[in-house]
Design a protein around this ligand. Structure first.
Ligand SMILES: CCCCCCCCCCC/C=C/C(=O)SCCNC(=O)CCNC(=O)[C@H](O)C(C)(C)COP(=O)(O)OP(=O)(O)OC[C@H]1O[C@@H](n2cnc3c(N)ncnc32)[C@H](O)[C@@H]1OP(=O)(O)O
Ligand code: FAD
Length: 558
């Protein structure tokens, strides 16, 4: 859970080579990387810049006389800072640097760079490398720093699948300006399933424990109840169970799209890039935020024992919440999706709705009202309505500011909170729709029934959560919201008998969960006592600190 020093080798180094190195380059590097003869990482973020890639300070200047690139970090803020596996484990890195050829700044490009000797593992001359120190979590990973002092690499170490520098310094442009960002888009497209998995682990622990823990009464005189029977406990946990499934389904779709994109890009077709970038930017942001919230609620749902490391939920939280920051800070990525939404509104205003992609076509279609009692399709229309409403409002705000003479960037900044709200609503619509489509495709009727219950729970929970938007323009009435509330409580109760099976179906082993509270056999109390007894503080009855500090204090007459 706390990560693996070689994780980034598989998650970003190899994928960056696959997507960005030419076939010829990969003949040399890829097999060696796959066999782990060389170990690599993805070194992009710097001490001074992570979000704004265009301002990366590490330079790669082409020296035509030697046909080499000279890598340099001109000042302290140019040091690479954060890359996982960089500090101690990797001997190579894909380094993202601003490329300068014939004094022309050509923007961020990726280079394969050797950092350490392949035999001794010592850092090479011209390289300064090390670990950045302890973090909130992920402490088994050596996130590192890296500096270059006019460090030379061959021209052919520029990853040249999509763009090239010829020996004489001629630059051949890529088919899309952002094609070098593909390693990030890949991880973002995998994050919904990854985060769904973190959420599922925390929920498995909390739901199992909630059937062991008995406390208080619903009706007096009986045995104390399992805390999972409280409606508040169900409300805390079950919507997140639905989300863990929903995120996984959405993630499967974005992974498929990324794989399709890779194939299309290889044939020179880059038309999917903008759509996938917008989609994964929003999805990554919404899913990481909601996952962190869901895990934290799972911890609190375990009461005092949730706060103990024996629950293991705090560790899961620490790892999962990193996703709000890495692969693009969430606000920054929501604003990337917002650019796409605003452009779509502009297209509609220009009478070009026909050109809209399938995920934003709804922005052009007005719906007057819904009959929620007819079922899930009507909820989808309601989600479309609130997303459309907010997207238009935020876009109009921005466009009005522009028209009033504000500079584009200033108008954008003044509209940005509203724009991020639009991005979230659009993404939540996408998650609900993929959830609905995935459940429709399930063949096994019994499985379909229980997943349909979760889907109903999800859409009612979500609609209630965005009720302000739906009430704002009178799209939903308060009696419709009462119906949504009733449905929500109905599905909480309906899901209760299946709750344990739903989390067990994820099939996490006790070894994976490492949680005393979430044990499959339910023997929580005996094992909590054994766990506590094993604490290092309990190795001796009397600690040395008694002689050293306590006794002098207690014997003091002052
Ligand atoms: C596989 C298993 C996964 C499990 C994971 C577990 C392990 C986790 C380990 C953690 C690893 C972490 C690694 C990292 O964090 S690596 C570093 C990540 N860094 C970032 O994500 C940086 C974020 N910033 C950016 O991506 C860019 O700077 C940003 C996109 C925000 C802006 O880029 P830029 O300034 O160049 O672009 P503009 O804003 O000016 O936009 C110009 C247009 O380009 C479009 N655009 C931008 N990016 C893309 C893209 N990738 N694809 C397509 N199009 C793109 C943008 O939308 C603009 O278009 P319009 O002008 O039409 O609006
Ligand atoms: C666990 C972990 C692993 C990582 N692994 C890697 C790795 O392997 N390789 C790698 O290269 N990097 C890695 N990173 C770095 C990571 O990608 C960056 O930290 C991340 O992209 C955020 O960038 P930043 O740190 O510059 O944040 P900043 O941009 O400094 O964010 C600070 C605040 O400014 C706001 N902000 C910034 N720009 C804007 C804007 N344009 N509009 C509105 N608000 C804005 C943000 O929303 C945020 O609130 C890792 C980070 C973590 C935490």
């Amino acid at each position: 859970m706390e990560g693996h020093p070689l994780a980034l080798h598989d998650v970003m180094f190899i994928p960056a080579l696959v997507a960005q190195a030419s076939d010829e380059q990969n003949k040399k590097w890829l097999r060696r990387a796959q066999r782990r003869e060389i170990v690599g990482c993805y070194a992009q973020t710097e001490l001074g810049h992570g979000s704004n890639l265009r301002k990366l300070e590490t330079t790669a200047t082409y020296d035509v006389s030697t046909q080499e690139f000279v890598l340099h970090t001109p000042q302290i803020t140019s040091l690479k800072w954060w890359p996982g596996g960089l500090g101690k484990s990797s001997n190579y890195a894909v380094v993202v640097a601003n490329m300068i050829v014939k004094e022309k700044h050509l923007g961020p490009h990726s280079f394969l760079v050797q950092l350490r000797d392949e035999i001794t593992h010592q850092s090479l001359k011209g390289i300064t490398v090390g670990d950045i120190g302890p973090k909130l979590s992920f402490n088994a990973i050596d996130n590192g720093f890296l500096g270059f002092d006019n460090y030379r690499i061959p021209r052919t170490n520029l990853l040249m699948r999509h763009s090239r520098v010829e020996p004489d310094g001629t630059y051949v442009k890529p088919p899309h300006a952002k094609i070098n960002y593909s390693a990030m888009v890949r991880v973002r497209s995998h994050m919904a399933t990854g985060q769904g998995n973190f959420l599922a682990q925390a929920l498995t622990i909390a739901v199992r424990y909630s059937t062991v823990r008995r406390q208080g009464f619903i009706e007096s005189g009986e045995q104390e109840v399992k805390v999972l029977d409280y409606q508040t406990q169900q409300h805390r946990l079950f919507p997140s169970i639905a989300k863990a499934y929903a995120f996984t389904f959405a993630g499967y779709e974005t992974i498929r799209l990324y794989e399709q994109l890779l194939k299309e890009v290889d044939t020179g077709n880059v038309s999917l890039m903008a759509d996938l970038h917008a989609l994964t930017s929003g999805l990554k942001s919404v899913v990481t935020h909601q996952t962190a919230q869901g895990i934290e609620q799972a911890r609190m749902a375990c009461g005092g024992h949730g706060y103990s490391q024996a629950s293991y939920i705090s560790e899961i939280f620490g790892v999962a919440v990193g996703g709000c920051t890495y692969e693009g800070e969430n606000m920054v990525m929501l604003l990337q999706l917002a650019r796409y939404l605003v452009k779509s509104v502009e297209q509609i205003k220009a009478g070009e709705s026909g050109k809209l992609g399938p995920l934003v076509a709804y922005l052009a279609v007005k719906v007057d009202g819904v009959d929620l009692e007819k079922g899930v399709e009507e909820y989808m229309k309601a989600f479309q309505h609130v997303s459309r409403l907010q997207t238009w409002k935020a876009s109009e705000k921005f466009l009005k500011l522009l028209k009033s003479g504000e500079k584009r960037e200033v108008a954008w900044n003044k509209s940005s909170v509203e724009l991020t709200r639009a991005s979230r609503l659009h993404t939540r619509l996408y998650i609900a729709e993929t959830f609905k489509r995935s459940v429709q495709e399930v063949a096994d009727p019994r499985l379909k029934e229980v997943l349909t219950d979760l889907l109903h729970l999800h859409v009612n929970y979500e609609l209630l959560d965005m009720a302000t938007y739906a009430l704002e323009d009178g799209f939903l009435s308060s009696s419709q919201l009462d119906y949504v509330r009733d449905q929500l409580y109905f599905y909480l109760a309906k899901i209760r008998p299946n709750a344990v099976s739903l989390v067990d179906s994820w099939e996490f082993s006790d070894m994976q969960l490492r949680s005393v509270l979430g044990r499959r056999d339910g023997n929580v109390y005996e094992n909590l006592v054994a766990w506590a007894k094993a604490s290092p503080l309990n190795k001796t009855d009397v600690l040395p600190s008694v002689e050293k500090y306590l006794k002098p204090m207690m014997n003091s007459k002052l």
